[in-house]
Each structure stands twice: as structure tokens, then as C-alpha cells.
Design a protein around this ligand. Structure first.
Ligand code: ZN
Length: 435
């Protein structure tokens, strides 16, 4: 579906889009998310929803909306120690307003740093406990002199709304694939922006090609956002046949797939097959009820087959939730590879089908149907004789093409091409699609 040149250009485009979104102060609510969605809406059709603070969603309540204008600390001589406008990680997310002068010891109760990574600013939030705080490099924290400090945070935490965006791309069928990207992190590139930019690029691509399935891209804050979305769409969840959470897809680690709660649904088999046949290093991890929004999609009362595609795994890389998860940490080539793998997975979802052999008593004489090369050799088009034999042998209605590719140890596309040739020759008939 994609060639190499296209994917290189896509990699550069995605990285520069991440650079545009990087400075915005996103959180689980507020204008940072709204501005990010407005920017996304310039590239793809996006329906933006606002859900009022205080709304009950399953066991949760939509929180008050948080916005911040400015935040800083000055020492007794009026010199700035930290300023939110220099880096939005300096401010603990959901900090309340404060304007107070206090001694160093008291202020230190509200300062956060990473002693093991003394040059980095940590990322901290306090969504559900009312407090305030600043984050700064440990090397700077230990250098602070005794004395009075003026602390100023001009923020607003009031009844407002939570904002999420959806891009829906209709296919021939109403069966849906959901692709979910979290939008709640401020200046963090891999954890948040990489998923968003790959999602947007993929939505643009899918809108430009013929497609059997429908696709829904969800851009929502992690946890509360997907809970809100699921609560509001309970009556249409049965349309979702496959899903992936996209996160941390811009760094140099190998592609990593976390299985759905089911572990063996089509999206699991498709993604694992694509990674196994990609020729690159990859990792498969089993489902576990921690991580990103696969936890909500895979909760027992929702139970949708949604896996998670990543490169580095959250919490396991030193840059995670620090100022080092920046635009240098994600590279165009890795974004491009993640994008290409997503296209590969979607191609399998689009083309997978179950066929029945119309001449199942012994092997058909392939030469009669022009399915041997001119010299009776091995090659005929993009498939080989062995692929034809695998498809004929396994097509008793119980195995889909993906299962045949797996059993044959061949790339899906080779098996698919063989099936198309056999169908054209009248040797194979497609079963009505179940998904
Ligand atoms: Zn995170």
C-alpha cells in the first residue's frame, strides 16, 4: 500500500507536526487540548465534543476544567527561579492558584525533581487532589539558597468541560476499527504526540484509499477521556470489530505489540503476523490491566478487542515522563516505520477472508487454469506454487487467510495474492464475511 519514498516524506511531516503541538500545555481538560484538536482539525475532519464538568460516566465524574495563564517562582532579589512559560513541565498539572511568599523549606514541600536524573524536569500531575507544585531539575533545586521566595500561579479550576475529538472515515461496511491516541500530556513527545501524529497521518492516508472497513480515530485524554467516550457510545460499541491504542511510537526501540484482553482476536493475529514478517526486531507482550486505554476498552463490561502498538513501553525508558521525552527523542524514521506497520496491519484487516476450495477432492490440475508459469515453473505473478497449494489445502471454510499465512510461514500478502488468483480461476469461493 505504501512505498518507501512516501513513508520518508510522511516521517518528516509527522515530526514537524509534533513540533507544532509540542509547546501546547495539554492536560485532561482545558484550552491546550482544544488548541491541539483545532490544529488536528486542519488536517483531518474532526468532530469535537465537550462534556460538562460534573457529568457522571460509569464510576467516574468529569473533573473541573483547568487552565493556566502563568506561573513562576522568584527569589528574594526578584530573580526568576522557574517560569512555566519556559517549559510547561515546570508546573504540576492541575495546580491551584497561589500567590504567596514563603521560606525555602516550606516551598520545597511543593517542589519536585529527579535526583537520579538531575538535569531533567519531571512530569507531574495532581488531577484529583487539590494542591500546587513546581517541577525543576534536581541540579537547580539543590542550588537554591535559604531565604524568602515569591510563588505565583495564575490558574483556573472551574466548572467547564472535557474535550475530545473523533475522526470517522466511513468504509463499505459499518464494521469499525477504532484507533485511540491520548491527548492529555503537555510537552512530551513520545508519550502522547507520537501517537497523535501517526494517527493523523493514518487517517489522512485511509481517507485517500478505497476501504472495506470504517475507521474511527479517537483523540481523548487518557483514562477519563476513553471512559467518557465509552459511556457515551455504549449503544454502538458492537460495531467495533478491531482496535489499537497508539502510543510511544516515535523512539528507536523495536516495535512492541501488547495483546488485547482476548489475546487471540483478529487484531492480535494480524499485528503479530505483520511484526513477525516485517524483517525488523519486535516484541510481543501479553495483556495486563495497566498501561493506556486498552484497559478501559478491555474492561470486562466493555470487552472490545483493542491492543496497543508501541515502540518503547511506558515507564521503562529513562526519558519517560521527563523533559528528555522531547522532539529529539522521536525521529522521523521511527515515526515512519510505525506508520508503515499500521498500514500493513490495516491491509491485513481489509483483505483477510475465509475461502472454500471448489475442487476439494484431491488437488486440482493447476495447469488447466493457467496457474503454472509458462515453463511449468514455480512463479506465477506475485505468488508461488506453494502458496497456491497452501490456500487450496487449508480452504475448507475453517481457516482464514491469516491463519493460512501463519501455518505456511509466508507473508500474508503472498497468500492473499494466491487466493485472488484461485478465486479468479473459479477454484475458490469467498465465504460471506463474518467481520
Ligand atoms: Zn504518560
Amino acid at each position: 500500500m505504501m512505498n518507501l519514498l512516501d513513508s520518508e516524506a510522511a516521517g518528516r511531516r509527522m515530526h514537524s507536526f509534533a513540533a507544532e503541538l509540542y509547546p501546547l500545555c495539554r492536560s485532561i481538560t482545558g484550552d491546550g487540548v482544544r488548541f491541539s484538536l483545532q490544529r488536528i482539525a486542519q488536517d483531518i475532519p474532526l468532530a469535537v465534543s465537550e462534556v460538562t464538568s460534573g457529568s457522571d460516566v460509569f464510576d467516574w465524574t468529569v473533573p473541573d476544567e483547568w487552565n493556566v495563564r502563568t506561573a513562576w517562582i522568584k527569589d528574594s532579589s526578584g530573580r526568576e527561579v522557574v517560569n512555566f512559560l519556559n517549559h510547561n513541565l515546570h508546573l504540576v498539572g492541575y495546580s491551584q492558584s497561589v500567590h504567596q511568599t514563603m521560606g525555602l523549606a516550606e516551598m520545597k514541600n511543593h517542589l519536585f525533581s529527579l535526583p537520579d536524573q538531575p538535569d531533567l524536569i519531571p512530569y507531574r500531575t495532581s488531577y484529583y487532589k487539590k494542591t500546587w507544585g513546581f517541577c525543576l531539575p534536581h541540579s537547580q533545586l539543590v542550588g537554591l539558597q535559604e531565604g524568602d521566595y515569591e510563588v505565583f500561579i495564575d490558574s483556573q479550576l472551574v466548572k467547564g468541560s472535557l474535550t475530545y475529538g473523533e475522526c470517522f472515515i466511513q468504509g463499505e461496511s459499518d464494521d469499525e476499527v477504532i484507533i485511540s491516541c491520548h491527548t492529555c500530556h503537555p510537552s512530551l513527545a513520545n508519550d502522547n504526540l507520537s501517537g497523535i501524529v501517526v494517527g493523523v497521518e493514518l487517517a489522512k492516508f485511509l481517507a485517500s484509499v478505497p476501504r472495506r472497513l470504517s475507521y474511527r480515530f479517537l483523540f481523548a485524554p487518557a483514562t477519563i477521556g476513553s471512559i467518557v467516550w465509552l459511556a457515551k457510545h455504549q449503544s454502538s460499541l458492537n460495531k467495533i470489530k478491531h482496535g489499537l491504542v497508539l502510543t510511544c511510537v516515535g523512539d528507536s526501540a523495536p516495535m512492541t505489540y501488547k495483546r488485547t484482553r482476548h489475546g487471540d482476536s483478529v487484531i492480535d493475529r494480524a499485528t503479530e503476523h505483520v511484526l513477525k514478517t516485517s524483517g525488523s526486531e519486535f516484541r510481543i507482550v501479553d495483556f495486563h490491566p495497566y498501561g493506556y486505554d486498552e484497559r478501559q476498552f478491555g474492561s470486562p463490561g466493555i470487552n472490545l478487542p483493542v491492543g496497543c502498538l508501541m515502540r518503547s513501553i511506558h515507564g521503562t525508558f529513562p526519558e519517560y515522563h521527563t523533559s528528555a521525552d522531547n522532539l529529539d527523542f522521536i525521529r522521523p524514521a521511527y515515526l515512519a516505520e510505525s506508520f508503515t506497520r499500521m498500514v500493513d496491519v490495516i491491509q491485513v484487516l481489509e483483505e483477510n477472508a475465509t475461502y472454500v476450495n471448489m475442487k476439494p477432492q484431491c488437488e486440482p490440475r493447476l495447469g488447466k487454469y493457467g496457474l503454472y508459469g509458462a515453463g511449468g515453473g514455480q512463479r506465477a505473478g506475485q505468488f508461488d506454487e506453494l502458496a497456491l497449494l497452501w490456500v487450496l489445502n487449508q480452504s475448507d471454510g475453517s481457516s482464514d487467510l491469516l491463519a493460512i499465512a501463519e501455518r505456511a510461514g509466508m507473508a500474508f500478502e503472498k497468500i492473499h495474492q494466491a487466493a485472488l488468483a484461485l478465486e479468479k480461476a473459479g477454484l475458490l469461493q469467498r465465504e460471506p464475511r463474518s467481520i
